[in-house]
Design a protein around this ligand. Sequence first.
Ligand SMILES: *Cc1c(COP(=O)(O)O)cnc(C)c1O
Length: 788
Amino acid sequence: MSDQIRSSILRHLRYTVGADADTATALEWRTALSLALRDLAMDPWAEATRITTDEDRKRVYYLSMEFLTGRLIEDAAINLGVRDEVERSLAELDVSFADLVAREPDPALGNGGLGRLAACYLESMATLQLPAFGYGLRYERGLFRQSFDEGRQVEHADEWLGDGSPWSLAKPSDTHRVFFGGSLEGETWTPESSIVAGAFDTPVAGYGGRWVNTLRLWAASADPDLIDLGRFNAGDFFGAADAETWAKTLSRVLYPADETELGKRLRLSQEYFLTSASVQDLLARYTSRHTDLERLPEFVAIQMNDTHPAIAGPELIRLLIDEHGFSFDRAADVATDVLGYTNHTLLPEALEHWSVELMGSLLPRHLQIIEKLDARIHATYGPAADGVHLIDHGQVRMGDLAAWTSHRVNGVSALHSELVRTDLFSALDELEPERIVNVTNGITPRRWLKLANPALAQLITDTLGEGWETDLERLRGLEQYADDPAFLDAFGHTKHEAKQRFIGWARDEHAIDVPQDALYDVQIKRIHEYKRQLLNILWTIARYQQIKQDPGAGWVPRVKIFGGKAAPSYAVAKDIIRLINDVASVVNADPDTRDLLRVIYPPNYNVTMAEKLIPAADLSEQISTAGMEASGTGNMKFALNGALTIGTLDGANVEIRDEVGHDNFFLFGLTTEEVAERRTKKNHARTAIEKSPVLRGVLDAIAAGAFSPNEPGRYGGILDLVWNSDWFLVASDFDAYDSAQQVVDLTYRDPRQWQRKAVLNIARMGFFSSDRAIREYMSEIWNVGPAR
Ligand SMILES: *Cc1c(COP(=O)(O)O)cnc(C)c1O
């Protein structure tokens, strides 16, 4: 194998890249390596397609505006079973595998958890040998790259395609046209313009290398029929290029809005472009082998990842009626049987809605279908559906549209799904009690343990043997080692090694100096008020003040590590970033506290950073306001890597705590019901602050400019929020958080006790494998049998 890989790399280096082994650059080597690995995926890829076609198996189509895949080389090498051979072959050529991997761009085609979930699910579907496609957009520019300037977030364009994209294959045979605008006469739509969707396929190899699925990303370009050659020939080059410019804009940028809706024509156009190209594509695949579209639900399942592709219902109905002669009712029934919708948020500002004017001008036929769907609901259920409106106050409500055109709607944790049933879609739940189900999120143990934490993965394999990678419940075998000193020492050693790796990475990539011997206390995720990075940094200030007052009190040394990006238009989140950085400057420069407290905020949090940081973490901060985090998946990655969680009863934290054992989780804070009640109390924040001298001292220090001496008023806005509105209950939860942090210290002072809890966390995380989640989707939503 090793010889074969070496000659394949050398062949690509010479014949595809056109470089010489003696003078090739790292980029040239990396391209040749990616191509050699892609070659290894080709046979199982073709074979998977052949088996699916021969056996006429049902396919799952996962539609998502975001796929946060992370780097691909090492993941593919591991799943294809050649990681070590590849490393050896390159070493024989005097090339460092680690060095090539470290230079690979991390495609940022997503904002955060939702996009990363889509990537974990694709990997699990391939591992489970389930025929599936991921459909997304090939953004020219992914999420912005973040840097800090005097503590403030600065956004830079992300040019991830700049190095070429050796992983993707253009598929010009699978091109589609997507139409927009124009007019409607009766039910006949005469669009005004069209855009061409070109397919780019990336292989997604399952673990073991036996099955490969496709991530198909659509790139927009101008319809050649519409480029105005007349104007061009008349010398009006710019006017002639208008159609091209608009077309290219469609797949130019990922919206950097996380959890908020952007009322932009471009955004709806992007969503429709993705959805229409994908639905046309899967129908073309189906009709090439089948004639009876009534049977579509037997062979096709479409999953909508959040509301972004919610136009899929109307689009499928439109195609069945307008192109295949279906009646409206039959089309609506078939579409509903095919579609599933995953809800990711209850935040009203994140449930998309588009004005009737916008929808009518961009997609008039779809608006008409949505109106008919609304009428059909009321005709079917009568007065019981009086509260249901797909269109309300001049707005098309995409959450309701998705829910009512799907045969299953799922939330992403037990708590969240319950809130979806009782709060968000209560009418639907009453009328169709089977419709809303729960599938708690999961993460792939291949990337989040085997790839990210090789030392721990090796220890597990040495202890339990192989096989845990695809059967994560086997980790339970570690329970019996939770009191075994030799095993705990070995575990401690893996943590040490992960910290070393992180220290090296922080030094090389960001010139940040991180101490080794300390409790690594980590909060990495998008910056959002509900995630409460503010609570964390306020507590950090409190700790700083306490150490200053009593330096000899036997403090546990802590490194507080933050990571995360704020949406560029989210002013409060940006203030929080700046506050963290300002606190870091003061604390890290203070010789009185330096050895006991450090604040680190490496910029540009992404999948690669998560892979470096999570294995090194001791403490995982999952401290959102209860009822606001749908699931979280970061929480799962940490626990799987032996970090203990300090957290609220929110999202999947609830289930993680139940699985790992209540003694092995640092719980604090108000519950969802208590949050709702507290919010009704007048001046709840002021009351809480008056009861907490510690919090009061922190807020006063910020107000006095302790962290912004040149501009004492810098954080007036944040302070005003905490004192006077505090929707996210930072003040109300502060003391409980402080107490929980003291229990953390107490526990950490007894290393054996800490390690024991960490090992029990790892041992009991089997449930959170994305393989389990995908099996649930298969049986509860997609109605596909076990693939193997
Ligand atoms: C896992 C992951 C997330 C999601 O983290 P949460 O803590 O669940 O919000 C976001 N971004 C990246 C890069 C991730 O890897």
